[in-house]
Design a protein around this ligand. Structure first.
Ligand SMILES: Cc1cc2nc3c(=O)[nH]c(=O)nc-3n(C[C@H](O)[C@H](O)[C@H](O)COP(=O)(O)OP(=O)(O)OC[C@H]3O[C@@H](n4cnc5c(N)ncnc54)[C@H](O)[C@@H]3O)c2cc1C
Length: 395
């Protein structure tokens, strides 16, 4: 039974929210997760690609939510030249519908409570301090009191704004995406594919992530400022018609991916933001599942520590930001600068880059190497890239 008061209320049962809730509960805080849908993980708005290394610290690997295993990345340049990468570690294409629920169950098994069909509507304030969350549950307006709110409500997050945090990102830092799950496709086994070029995906890329049998997630993400004239659907339809003329669309996803470096502010008195809500997504790959989980660990642990100390002010909670920056956050600015460089390359440069990549021995060709080659003519960036690891779904 849900109580009227908790130490921590987490808004959103995506990967970032569930992992935050798990670490807060595991470390002694009482935790409630509010999720507006009828279960975690629906509707799926994701290509579902993750690295094994990224998820295994957080959940026991279970074939129930693995749609396929990935060992190889194939890249295709505008002129059709193909490059294969074999050295980025094992990856999975998930069944997020099942995965997100399983991750949420981990949080519940550590003591968190979950209320689904609970739509957070606003924060509750007393004497200028956040003291709870107002939400709608089965048509009724309710209030739950708490000391800390964790906003894990995804890319369209409103929680940050309710707290007065500036969560806006510019149009060129939002990737607009469309994806079809296609049946009856011929694809290479254990291989995810990426296609680049101004005709295929201006300032973005097309991906093919194989799922079970002859199905695949085939999608496109392009920079928001490129989507004004022709949207991503135009380019994806063109690609699918050519590559998979017989395929049937079984599921369609429209979505936005924040590809900014992050937010200036993710913490205020009594509140923390995490995951897409805090723009903690890899700016190049658009991968946010693992990044959200990593941030969730720091966020949840911080919440529990604050509860133990009974200190909920911004200064105390800022340790979460510090830990995130130490682990990944500080790299985000470099990856963002690389994105700017990479996405603005013209077709000729892309073709040249692929040629160079094809001359690298396969055992030495990694994502890090690809980006080093891409920024070669910018010595300052080369230096930064040398210190940086590209994480999330390309890893
Ligand atoms: C087309 C597309 C493809 C992608 N592909 C990949 C990929 O291959 N790999 C990868 O790593 N990332 C990918 N991403 C990004 C990834 O989906 C997100 O980064 C990730 O889901 C973020 O997790 P999260 O927990 O922060 O937010 P979400 O997973 O979005 O979860 C937020 C949760 O909050 C709930 N919620 C929202 N508002 C409220 C409210 N008011 N009250 C209660 N609950 C609320 C939502 O229902 C949802 O369950 C993709 C994104 C898109 C759009």
């Amino acid at each position: 039974m849900v109580k009227d008061r908790y130490d921590v209320v987490v808004i959103g049962a995506g990967p970032a929210g569930s992992v935050s809730a798990r670490f807060a509960a595991e470390n002694g805080a009482s935790v409630l997760i509010l999720e507006r849908d009828r279960e975690a993980g629906i509707p799926v708005r994701c290509a579902e690609g993750v690295s094994l290394k990224g998820i295994e610290p957080y959940i026991e690997i279970d074939p129930r939510w693995i749609a396929s295993e990935i060992d190889i990345a194939k890249l295709e340049s505008p002129n059709g030249e193909k490059t294969y990468m074999y050295n980025n570690g094992k990856g999975y294409v998930l069944e997020r519908r099942i995965f997100d629920t399983a991750l949420c169950e981990v949080a519940c098994n550590h003591g968190a409570d979950l209320l689904t069909k609970a739509d957070a509507l606003d924060l509750v304030w007393e004497d200028n301090r956040i003291v709870g969350v107002k939400y709608r549950y089965l048509g009724e307006i309710k209030v739950v009191k708490c000391d800390i709110v964790i906003g894990a409500d995804g890319v369209e997050s409103r929680v940050g704004r309710w707290a007065g945090i500036d969560t806006k990102v510019s149009l060129n830092d939002i990737e607009t995406a469309v994806q079809y799950t296609l049946a009856d496709v011929d694809i290479e086994d254990k291989t995810c594919e990426f296609y680049f070029g101004s005709e295929v995906a201006p300032r973005g890329y097309v991906w093919i992530f194989p799922k079970k049998g002859r199905t695949a997630n085939v999608g496109i993400g392009i920079s928001g400022d490129m989507a004004v004239e022709k949207g991503p659907k135009y380019y994806l339809d063109k690609f699918v018609a050519k590559r998979f003329p017989r395929a049937t669309i079984t599921y369609t996803v429209y979505g936005g991916v924040p590809t900014a470096w992050g937010l200036e502010e993710i913490v205020r008195d009594n509140i923390m933001l995490v995951g897409d809500a805090a723009r903690q997504v890899n700016p190049i790959s658009g991968g946010g599942i693992v990044q959200g989980m990593i941030a969730g660990e720091y966020c949840g642990k911080m919440a529990a520590e604050a509860v133990k100390k009974q200190k909920f002010d911004k200064k105390t909670l800022k340790k979460y930001r510090k830990n995130w920056d130490k682990r990944l956050g500080a790299n985000q600015k470099v990856i963002h600068a690389m994105k700017e460089k990479f996405m603005k390359m013209n077709d000729e440069k892309f073709n040249n880059l692929m040629k160079i990549c094809n001359s690298i021995p396969p055992e030495k060709f990694t994502v890090a190497r690809l980006f080093k080659e891409a920024v070669k003519d910018d010595p300052k960036l080369v230096l930064q890239v040398a210190k940086t690891f590209v994480t999330a779904k390309f890893k």
